[in-house]
Write a protein that binds this ligand. Structure first.
Ligand code: GCU
Length: 611
């Protein structure tokens, strides 16, 4: 026991120090920035012809790069150059390349992007080039100067470019590669489309020399009466007085920073309108330093697991959820703007959901802001999915980075209540240390939210066992089960099943689902028919209602989504059709079964809360 505690605190110390400063500017959309979205030139390069290395880690930052990073222009008719970005086709940024160019639909490899822009940097300002997500690996340069490399397709990264900007013409060249690899996160096998490219916004942020880089403003863990947090400065003038004010709540604090430019604060709450799905109240929060200020819209709520209950603002809540991929089926492709994101979340609301599991990777950050305003609770996850390379240290570091960046990015969002460290990871010894360290990282970085993972079950006779040892590290017992589709016979044959759950914790079933091709009608035993899916949901609802600590569920899945693993020519054609809504937005019969179930649950919990 003593050794375990020592290990935990050592881990806590490592995590806090290794990731003490956020890797990117908090709340970038409310800062001063030049939007660099638009048409970017691209060159497809399956043989990496344009890549002559990145001069290795320690190269002189100002040394010119070679290969396509140079963005060479032919100056004389006899000069031999075998590429020309200016004359190359363009892709929309943000946007995956698969849905924009037919020949790239299945493409996995390198694509080069180039974007020229005119900019006049100001004195006494600092500049950061920010990418909100690039799948998967990005080698980034500005004006033929190396900026750096980022691996991970779904979290933001940025580079300071103050010294690398030209006064006038500038150009960015970025080599993007989405090749799947065993050692990556996700690994080389997953059930969604491997959309490649610059899939989210690109910005050039202008900041004061010393600016407010990061902050957290939230209610203390399980405490409705204390708002606490910190503000982190970045720059040379680190000793400052920082003001945090929430005018509408009559709250204000002025605190001094320490030698590292960090100010920690705590404000006793007088009266607050707490955020909840049925009351998504957001407060304007202002943070001011000597030369900088930032405004945010933040909701205040507490979330806890107590025994078998989930308490939102101290009251028991049922999570009426659904799973969602970050894909606009109407494109089909990654969401390209706020309205795409809004459409997806609105469909969940129509299902009478108060909760969404954003599977299996960090979604567009706009979705958590929309959920804040719409009153939707969120489960956010990192793509530690199926058979990760457990014993590879760089894989662990990558996973640590992703969970850290996700928590850093969305830590001020009231809607986000759950951090998930993975999905369907096998219960084998090599995986234990890996997953336990991720659980520790999440708990250390954010004690105010719940940490979980979508676990696997195993069956003995008609008993569904949930006893994965990782469960001891988690705040919720979440598991995926497909009885009535992949196992357990036909939908009505699962009624004899029951659950044996090793933990007295709140249970959230993170997946169950069955496929139906929208518009295909037959009897309830015909696979892929709407009637089969409808019967599946009817029987699943009865099955899961047997669980005493059932406090939520997120069936698989709200909308049909693309997957290269689904090639049945009659019913799939590259789509996983377990959606309750089809790729054209059509609601299937099962949609209404779940909606009814959620109406019942809503009534049940409203009356619980009133007693
Ligand atoms: C798995 C997995 C999903 C997948 C689903 C399915 O459990 O978590 O990513 O798409 O099942 O088989 O449809």
């Amino acid at each position: 026991m003593k050794k375990k505690l020592l290990l935990f605190f050592l881990m806590a110390f490592f995590v806090v120090n290794a990731f003490s400063q956020s890797n990117f500017i908090q709340n970038i959309y409310s800062r001063n920035y030049l939007n660099l979205d638009g048409k970017w030139h691209y060159i497809i390069d399956p043989f990496e012809t344009g890549f002559r290395g990145f001069q290795g880690a320690k190269a002189d930052e100002n040394e010119n790069l070679t290969g396509f990073f140079e963005n060479k222009q032919q100056r004389s008719k006899s000069e031999l150059i075998e590429y020309n970005f200016d004359k190359s086709a363009v892709l929309n940024v943000p946007g995956d390349w698969n849905s924009q160019d037919e020949k790239l639909l299945y493409y996995e490899g390198t694509v080069w992007y180039e974007h020229a822009f005119v900019f006049h940097p100001q004195q006494n300002k600092r500049y950061f080039l920010r990418f909100n997500a690039v799948n998967y690996e990005a080698y980034v340069s500005l004006n033929d100067k190396k900026l750096g490399v980022h691996a991970g397709g779904f979290t933001p990264f940025e580079f300071e470019v103050t010294k690398k900007l030209n006064d006038g013409n500038n150009f960015i060249v970025i080599k993007v590669n989405n090749t799947r690899k065993k050692e990556s996160v996700p690994t080389d096998n997953f059930d969604w489309w491997n959309y490649g490219g610059i899939i989210r916004d690109v910005m050039l942020a202008e900041m004061p020399v010393t600016f407010i880089k990061d902050y957290k403003v939230q209610l203390a863990k399980g405490d409705l009466k204390t708002i606490q947090g910190y503000v982190q400065l970045d720059g040379s003038d680190l000793f400052q007085q920082i003001k945090i004010s929430i005018p509408e709540a009559g709250l204000q604090a002025t605190v001094a920073t320490d030698a590292n430019g960090k100010a920690v604060f705590s404000m006793p709450v007088k009266k607050l309108n707490y955020w909840a799905p049925e009351n998504p109240k957001l407060y304007k929060v202002f943070i001011t330093s000597n030369k900088d200020s930032v405004k945010d819209e933040i909701g205040f709520r507490t979330i806890e697991a107590k025994g078998g209950d989930i308490l939102l603002n101290g009251k028991s809540v049922f999570l009426r959820g659904i799973c969602l991929h970050d894909e606009n089926p109407l494109i089909p492709g990654r969401p390209r703007n706020i309205s795409d994101c809004k459409m997806l979340l609105t469909w969940a609301k129509e299902l009478n959901c108060n909760f969404i599991r954003l599977a299996h990777y960090p979604h567009n950050e706009e979705e958590s802001r929309i959920a804040d305003a719409m009153g939707l609770l969120l489960w956010e996850e990192v793509p530690v999915y199926w058979t990760i390379d457990w014993t590879n240290d760089s894989t662990l570091r990558n996973a640590q980075h992703q969970i850290t960046d996700l928590i850093e990015r969305d830590k001020n969002r009231a809607s986000v209540i759950v951090w998930s460290i993975g999905n369907e990871t096998p219960n084998i010894s090599e995986r234990e240390k890996f997953m336990e360290s991720l659980a520790d990282t999440a708990h250390v970085l954010d004690e105010t939210r719940l940490v979980t993972a979508a676990l696997l079950t195993h069956t003995t006779g008609n008993t569904i066992n949930v006893d994965d040892p990782l469960g001891k590290k988690l705040d919720l017992v979440s598991f995926n089960e497909y009885y009535g589709w992949y196992t357990g016979g036909l939908p009505w044959e699962i009624n004899t099943f029951n659950f044996k759950i090793a933990y007295n914790k709140p249970v959230v079933i993170s997946e169950f689902g069955a496929e139906a091709l929208a518009g295909f009608h037959a009897d309830t035993s015909t696979r892929f028919s709407e009637e089969y899916q409808e019967s599946f949901y009817k029987n699943q609802v009865n099955l899961i209602n047997k669980i005493d600590n059932l406090r939520g569920t997120t069936p698989w899945i709200l909308i049909d989504f693309r997957s290269p693993k689904r090639m049945n020519p009659d019913y799939q054609n590259g789509w996983n059709n377990k959606g309750l809504i089809s790729q054209t937005g059509q609601k299937k019969k099962a949609f209404f079964i779940l909606k009814d179930f959620y109406q019942q649950k809503e009534k049940e919990y409203t009356s619980r809360q009133n007693h």
